[in-house]
Design a protein around this ligand. Sequence first.
Ligand SMILES: Nc1ncnc2c1ncn2[C@@H]1O[C@H](COP(=O)(O)OP(=O)(O)OP(=O)(O)O)[C@@H](O)[C@H]1O
Ligand SMILES: Cc1ncc(COP(=O)(O)O)c(N)n1
Length: 272
Amino acid sequence: MKTNKTSIPVALTIAGSDSGGGAGIQTDLRTFAFHCVHGTSAITCITAQNTLGVFRVDAMPSEAVIAQIRAVVEDIGVQAAKTGMLLNQEIILAVAQEVRTLQINNLVVDPVMVSRTGAQLIDDDAIQTLRHELIPQAAIITPNRYEAQILSGLEIVSLEDMQNAAQIIHKNLGTKAVLVKGGGMSGGLKGVDVWFDGERLEILRTKQVETKNTHGTGCTLSAAITANLALGKDLWTAVQEAKEYVTTALTYSLDIGKGQGPVGHFFPLLEK
Ligand SMILES: Nc1ncnc2c1ncn2[C@@H]1O[C@H](COP(=O)(O)OP(=O)(O)OP(=O)(O)O)[C@@H](O)[C@H]1O
Ligand SMILES: Cc1ncc(COP(=O)(O)O)c(N)n1
């Protein structure tokens, strides 16, 4: 039988593994697949995690992270890449170095530093390295409320605070665009995001989804932006479409486990 040779865009995720399948590498690869983008990965750490929380984290040696990135980029090549949980300063430095040397374009940095509940996930040295070495190489960064507070130095309570933070981060950190996410905001701002690219200050509003199953929304959003960039979309279009995707995935969130379940990535299939 003759086979069809399929040409397909390729995206890379540099992130941690979530044993519960709700966030991290597992979520990123599902999101890439939904967008018909071939997913590749460089695993930075292994978390023992489920819908109730994170119970253990084992870092990969930074050499192993470097080897994974090189193996993918030097042979397969990538049209876009994202970073998620990078865990420590050594891994962040290694990733920043590889992104520079291998000239990885269309880089989406989800600066995973603080969980939506406000718990700091990486130490202060690692935050400084992320700020100075990796973020300046990003096409876009997607901080949540607490990460935006750290990166801007502002307390974020209102929409105006989100807008000011986006502008300060853009000015100070050298990334092309900033998307401040509102999943951690309260009241009517939950689910409202703010975009700034140096010219346009935009508010992205969608319907607010009433569900406790929101695990992995941040990873899903940044992975969808990455997939859209790999497909050749411009940054603003990539963000708008990714925002719609995560909202729909939230409406199909999965009621699994005893805690916060993940979003449903393959929602059209769930209807069959
Ligand atoms: N209940 C909700 N309804 C609609 N959109 C939401 C809701 N919760 C989060 N979002 C959206 O999901 C995306 C991820 O934002 P969030 O602030 O939750 O990121 P995060 O903190 O990195 O995610 P996580 O909770 O997975 O760690 C944003 O576009 C946000 O507006
Ligand atoms: C391995 C890993 N990476 C990232 C997150 C945060 O995910 P999110 O912010 O999307 O809930 C997580 N919980 N685990």
